[in-house]
Design a binder for this molecule. Sequence first.
Ligand code: PLP
Length: 448
Amino acid sequence: MFNDLAALDKRHLIHPVVPWRAHEKRGVTILKSGKGAYVTDADGNTLIDGFSGLWCVNAGYGQQTIVDAVKRQLEEMAYATNYFHYGNENAVRLAARLAELAPGDLNRVFFTLGGSDAIDSAIRMIRYYYNVTGRPAKKHMIALQRGFHGSSSLGSGLTALKNFHDDFDSPAPWQHHIASPYPYRNPVGQDPQAIIAASVQALKDKVAEIGADNVAAIFAEPVQGSGGVLVPPDGWFKAMREAARELDILFVADEVITGFGRTGPMFGSEYDGVVPDMMTIAKGLTSAYQPMGALMMSDALYAAIADSSPEARAIGHGFTYSGHPASAAAGLEAIRLYTEGGLLENGQKIAPRFAGGLQSLYDHPLVGDVRVRGLLAAVELVTDKECKTKPDAGLNISHHLARLSYEKRVIFRAFSDDIAGFAPPLCCSEDDIDIIVSRFREVLDELL
Ligand code: PLP
């Protein structure tokens, strides 16, 4: 039966972000079930998931109360729109709960289906805001090199990964990138204050180059995820936020990965005490039990948009599934598990074990850098620690990492540039964390 599946997959399913022909040859591992931090594939092999699916199953697999909440809603009513003058209780309650939890006055919530359309919504709303408030020249948007902001038509240009641009006619001329803080490989060195100062200066220089009157916003992740888990120095996010305020541009925190306890607090912005103008969330919002994302905005921004819009004109932005009641049910229950259910606290409790475990890998000849914040981490591999030499491209390390990840039964993400990314579920025990680390050490040993 699963041979049939493999053939059908090859024949029909277009997978996200893979080289299509190479992927057909390689095939897929069909995942069948999950419990806690463990998943089992169609051949009956059980792996520990050190990456929470795609950094999204923050609560872990098999959380029965989330399943029950979704089921209850589906039985009662499969869908209730938020269009026209209708609404549904779960969406209202989830918006209110998010407003309660989010930093500062981020009290207004627009629901999406995931992170890409949350970013897309931010871009559209920012344009709309400047147009209706009489500053239509403010169109240019800035993001960080190695940043990731999804793959919608607009957002993929803010994403700064080459394969999201090449042959896609992206980025657009109004999309710009400044250097990533990337402490391990920053040209200014590893001194935190120098890195922060360089980032702030890069933002100021870019705004001066484009003209302050033409710049709308900067988008940044509190920790850059898909760019290789680049943990910035403490205070970096706050300095960038303050610089944006001084430059009179909006600051959008992309918390699609960093939200919901991933880096310790509920939101990554809290780590540095940042209140952004807008925040995008997804993934951990429902712990991936249903698809959902959101764009949150400050009361001030909401009021400016609402009060400046022509009274009789509907603001033309919305999706059929904005605030889907079953997704909102999953969100409410996932958040209950993070808070009253103690998952956030457990994540914080196991974080030192996780950091310590990964840092113990520094004695391995291939480990150049270990970077961790909360339960988000990366290990960067080098062949010469002193010179930080990357392994020869011909060795195709990321391919071997991906293969060994399966062989050693530990899921992590093998980034293309010899970086292994980790984001274990918040429900892990310290023993689970030790298993992830020890199996990863076995992976490294195989590479020698
Ligand atoms: N923003 C960030 C920071 C992300 O990491 C991602 C996805 O990984 C996205 C946006 C896009 O989210 P989605 O894949 O749900 O569209």
